[in-house]
Design a protein around this ligand. Structure first.
Ligand code: DON
Length: 564
């Protein structure tokens, strides 16, 4: 070994003395390339205005957490179907200095007066729509608490200046894209049931591309929040407006619920997959456990050898998904209320047992239910020049949540209560079933599929990713991970590949465009439905480049990178 080192240093000396100019440039190149990597930063989000706001924060010296807070508030204005103040979500973050990876669970909690059978009639039948479109549909929102916590604990910039751009966007308005105009028109009936939502989000002859959407009350609310801090939302004028509205209209959500909202700092669920470490959300999300479980199963085979989207590849993916969603339904719920067997579900031993079973067994047939095709959650990924990373997914649940705005606030409320199991075995909007683990209880958090992910290589963030899509979030993110880690695709290549989704119940395989022979093959076992799956916003930090990409399955997204 020593001999080898001696040899290299001797060779270098000879090279430098013989070719000093070339040596000079080679040394310069070496230092330049190590320098550029540390100066790079990126944002990928659902809306170009939000991405631009995040990039500006990073440009001006803010860190990834500052940018995340600014992006989250911006999306609450420019992406009203999912960006929110009236909802909740998960922020997974990696701090470069301490090498810590942690997550903030700022998802909604059930109001204190909630109870197990609140969406059932006297005979125990689930009342259609009650958990989705009524005053009972909302959990206690956590977004404002989550963003203030993140900023206070890990940010470097005064939160007021991070909220300011959003106040302006709400006050002055922003131009609707074609997609947004059509999407608002699609939900006209829903908005029309609430006075304020009708005023803001409907237009007599419908919105068109380029129309300016002004949200005056939201601007005032944001201004008060910027001035008075998070207490404005949880005990101030805004809190009172929200609570009064719910109380007057027969809701359960109260001022006490808002006062008592508490976020949780959770250790992420991490698992090793080949040379990588994958971290995502722990319960109350099912994302981390399901992803690690599926990846552990898949680690038994060399996927790149069997070929991307080949028959064998799809078969093993479907089977692994089947098992993970079966366990999701049975074992996952809010960990403060139900003991989730996390260690077992994420162990390699358990995955190996499943892998053996998969090889022996054909999948059983099951019943069908309707599933809402919704991409109305929103994910953003951010990395700063110091190597801090944020992977954040938050939502109102289905498009524009319950469609209810408490008078005078401009805040669309979530319909996250539908993510509980209204009754054991009764499917939610995404066809997901649950049991006691996810039954409704006061102050409990409904089970989620939101899966913000950070993949690490050699201890450093490598891939930051996530997606909307309800139950299909987990499988969309899974396939992004496989495309990047097993098939070495670029983010753009990966996003062009067709995705599949299988969730045990219902017995339907959702798929994007696949070759005819694959369709014939899959049809033998399964009912198939062709639909779009996921909307990924990722950042990839390969050795000598940084990529950011916003899925083109939806317009309006924007990924920006600065690579210096
Ligand atoms: O937490 C969950 O799993 C759902 N509330 C997410 C909803 C969603 O992704 C909606 N559509 N994309």
């Amino acid at each position: 070994m020593e001999k080898g080192i001696l040899k290299i240093s001797q060779i270098s000396k000879i090279f430098i003395s013989k070719y000093p100019v070339i040596a000079f440039f080679l040394i310069l190149l070496f230092f330049h390339s190590s320098f550029v990597k540390s100066e790079s930063y990126a944002v990928a989000s659902r809306h170009h205005l939000a991405t631009d706001i995040g990039m500006k924060v990073l440009e001006e010296g803010g860190n990834a957490i500052d940018a995340a807070v600014a992006v989250a508030f911006a999306l609450a204005v420019v992406n009203p179907s999912a960006g929110n103040l009236g909802g909740g979500g998960f922020m997974l973050l990696h701090l470069a200095e301490t090498k810590e990876t942690l997550s903030i669970d700022y998802r909604e909690r059930a109001p204190k007066k909630s109870f197990e059978t609140m969406f059932q009639d006297n005979s125990g039948k689930v009342i259609k729509g009650l958990s989705l479109n009524s005053i009972l549909a909302s959990g206690v929102p956590g977004t404002v608490s989550g963003m203030f916590y993140a900023s206070r604990k890990f940010g470097t910039i005064d939160i007021k200046s991070l909220i300011n751009p959003s106040i302006n966007l709400a006050k002055e308005g922003f131009a609707l894209s074609d997609f947004q105009a059509k999407n608002l028109n699609k939900y006209k009936k829903k908005f029309s049931k609430n006075k304020e939502a009708k005023k803001i989000f409907t237009k007599t002859n419908g919105f068109s591309k380029g129309d300016i959407l002004v949200q005056t009350n939201l601007a005032s609310t944001l201004k008060r929040i910027a001035q008075n801090g998070e207490k404005e939302f949880y005990s101030g004028e805004t809190a009172k407006k929200i609570a009064d509205f719910f109380q007057i209209n027969g809701g359960l959500l109260s001022l006490e619920d808002l006062n008592q909202f508490e976020l949780r700092i959770l250790d992420p669920v991490c698992g090793n997959y080949r040379v990588y470490t994958i971290c995502s959300m722990a319960p109350p999300s099912s994302g981390g456990i399901a992803l690690v479980q599926i990846l552990n199963i898949l680690e038994n085979i060399n996927l790149s050898e069997i070929g991307h989207n080949s028959k064998e590849y799809l078969k093993i993916l479907i089977s692994a998904m089947d098992y993970a969603y079966k366990d999701r339904a049975k074992y996952l719920g809010d960990p403060d209320y139900f003991k989730v067997p996390q260690d077992l579900l994420t162990s390699k031993k358990y995955a190996n047992e499943i892998y053996k079973k998969i090889q022996e067994k054909k999948l059983p047939s099951k019943v069908n239910v309707n599933i809402i095709e919704s991409e109305e959650t929103t994910h953003f990924s951010i990395v700063d020049k110091w190597g801090n990373a944020v992977s954040n997914t938050y939502t109102l649940n289905t498009a524009y949540g319950s469609g209810i705005i408490p008078t005078g606030t401009g805040i669309l409320m979530n319909n996250e209560m539908d993510d509980f199991s209204s009754k054991p075995g009764h499917p939610n909007a995404y066809g997901l079933v649950g049991s006691v683990a996810n039954k409704i209880e006061p102050k409990k958090t409904p089970l989620s599929s939101m899966s913000p992910v950070i993949v690490f290589r050699d201890g450093k963030p490598y891939l930051i990713t996530g997606s909307p899509g309800g139950s299909t979030i987990i499988t969309s993110v899974l396939q992004e991970i496989l495309n990047i880690l097993d098939f070495q695709m670029s983010l753009e290549e990966s996003s062009k590949k067709s995705r599949i989704h299988f969730q045990h119940l219902p017995d339907i395989l959702f798929h994007e465009q696949l070759d005819d022979d694959l369709i014939e093959f899959l049809k033998k076992d399964k009912k198939l439905i062709n639909r779009k799956l996921g909307e990924i916003h990722s950042i990839l930090l390969r050795k000598d480049n940084i990529q950011a990409f916003s899925d083109k399955r939806r317009p309006d997204g924007k990924a920006s990178t600065v690579y210096k």
